[in-house]
Design a protein around this ligand. Structure first.
Ligand code: GAP
Length: 493
């Protein structure tokens, strides 16, 4: 069996069409020609995404005694975004081409040019270009950024001209109005990160849950960013979901916790099926003003190693900023050292959609099966059984002679325990293929022998091998094979 898994950019195209064709991800508002950088999850995608969210949630809140969850609102008081720094500095530098009227991120244009130099074997030139850009951006010198674009003779791919506007800072937050009448209306933002909902509830949770530092608060929810450059499918979206956890620690202990969470999070990604060879840490060279350490966990997508999760040691920046602006103390009394302090925070933040994309890219497998002129291509999704949308397909070999009724009975007995589907339409080989394409790990087949001895065959998606087992053992055997317990066991060693 030859595994033909590709790692090139063309692999992404195959994955996007597979995701659409088999009910994982659809472009939003497709009948109106779509809405850029917004996507909908289909019948299989929602199951896979829910499983990823569930495994993350349980790994955080069930496996750690000192991590609890919340679900804060998307709308928050506008001053929250002032305190967090998002109103003043959550910006991307953008530039418009006057002829095509297309808008670009100035830094992305230069990064693409640097990548081009690198591809041409002029890595040093590319590096120097990036340094020059970083210097101009750090100094807030947007005219210098524009000049670099002009010096590099970068043209718009649509109009092919270098007729550029000035570079402007573009705030990524979406805003809207609350209130029924415009005079009463006030500006409100759609949250650009879920983290602030955790910070402003820090004392509520600490007091009502009698939590002792160190402890964490986890949250899964939607976030919104008006990304100028949206590309690579669900990698960069305007509406997306984050899974974030803020871990509140005694000041001075943050680096230990930062190191510990780095390892925990890396282990998580491997436990759900991402190979170690496709994951790496990438330390931030330049730290945000509030951070004293920051690292990304990168996954090797078909378009290269890119950020999937961020782990940041955020000091007491956020709680202090909220204390200052709200004039409400954000302090914790630590009974062990008899002191009041604002805790420091270590944050883990992973995009549910990015994790979904990594999992889908990793699972998408093309292989050649059979020998000689019997060879054919097979495509399947090699998903960890615990996160697969459907765990078991129950298939009667034929519809007649009571096989269908027997299969339905088995399907009914399994569906309370895990996501089961029943399919009696078409040749058995075609039905296997349908399940392979959506990553169903097991197919249970009811044949004539079943009617005699109450056994069925269980076909394994990856190996295509079949095992005969008794119906009485099905629930327990398959139940363990598809359970999240198998992931959690790996996290606890
Ligand atoms: N609270 C910290 C924070 O929001 P971030 O690096 O801006 O940090 C964290 O975002 C994670 O959220 C990223 O690692 C990524 O997985 C996800 N993410 C950010 N922007 C995204 C977008 N436009 N589309 C999809 N996922 C995104």
């Amino acid at each position: 069996m030859e595994n033909k898994k590709q790692d090139t950019a063309s692999a992404l195209k195959d994955i996007i069409s597979h995701a659409k064709e088999y009910g994982f991800v659809f472009p939003s508002s497709e009948i109106y020609d779509g809405l850029q950088a917004v996507y909908d999850y289909g019948q299989n995608g929602v199951e896979l995404k829910n499983n990823l969210k569930m495994v993350w949630w349980k790994a955080m809140t069930m496996l750690n005694d000192n991590v609890v969850g919340i679900d804060a609102s998307i709308f928050m008081h506008p001053l929250i975004w002032k305190a967090s720094g998002h109103v003043d500095s959550f910006n991307d530098p953008m530039i418009d081409n006057k002829d095509s009227k297309k808008r670009y991120r100035a830094d992305t244009l230069l990064e693409d040019r640097a990548a081009q130099y690198e591809a041409e074997g002029k890595a040093e030139v590319g590096k120097a270009l990036l340094q020059k850009m970083a210097k101009a951006l750090d100094a807030g010198d947007l005219e210098a950024v524009r000049q670099i674009i002009i010096d590099e003779n970068i043209t718009c791919p649509i109009s092919n001209t270098a007729n550029w506007t000035e570079v402007r800072q573009f705030n990524l937050m979406f805003s809207t109005q609350v209130g029924a009448v415009s005079e009463d209306a006030s500006l409100i933002y759609l949250r650009p990160e879920t983290a602030q909902g955790i910070f402003v509830n820090f004392l509520n949770v600490q007091k009502t849950g009698r939590m002792k530092v160190p402890f964490g608060i986890a949250q899964i929810g939607k976030a919104f960013r008006n990304e100028i450059v949206a590309r690579n499918f669900i990698f960069r979206m305007r509406e997306f979901e984050q899974m974030e956890m803020q871990f509140f620690v005694r000041p001075g202990t943050e680096m230990e916790w930062y190191a510990a969470w780095k390892e925990v999070r890396m282990k998580f990604h491997q436990a759900i099926g991402l190979p170690a060879s496709k994951l790496k840490f990438h330390d931030h060279e330049k730290l945000a003003h509030y951070a004293n350490a920051a690292v990304d966990i990168e996954y090797e997508f078909p378009f290269g190693f890119k950020e999937m999760e961020g782990i940041h040691s955020r000091t007491d920046f956020d709680l202090k900023a909220h204390q200052d602006l709200s004039r409400k103390k954000q302090q914790y009394f630590d009974p062990e050292i008899n002191e009041n302090y604002i805790p420091y925070v270590v944050e883990t933040s992973v995009g549910a959609d990015r994790l979904f994309l990594a999992i889908l890219c990793n699972a998408y497998t093309e292989e050649i099966v059979g020998e000689g002129d019997q060879q054919k291509q097979r495509i399947y999704l090699n998903l960890h059984p615990a996160i697969a949308p459907i765990k078991v397909a129950v298939l009667p070999l034929v519809k007649k002679d009571g096989l269908a009724e027997k299969a339905q009975e088995i399907s009914r007995s399994l569906k309370f325990a895990f996501n089961t589907t029943y399919d009696e339409g078409g040749a058995i080989g075609k039905r296997y293929t349908r399940q392979d394409l959506i990553g169903t790990p097991y197919c249970v087949v009811i044949d004539y022998q079943t009617m005699e001895d109450d056994t069925v065959t269980v076909r394994d998606r990856n190996t295509m091998s079949q095992e005969r087992i008794s119906i009485a053992d099905l629930k327990e055997k398959l139940g363990y094979a598809v359970s999240m317990e198998r992931i959690f066991e790996k996290l606890l060693v």
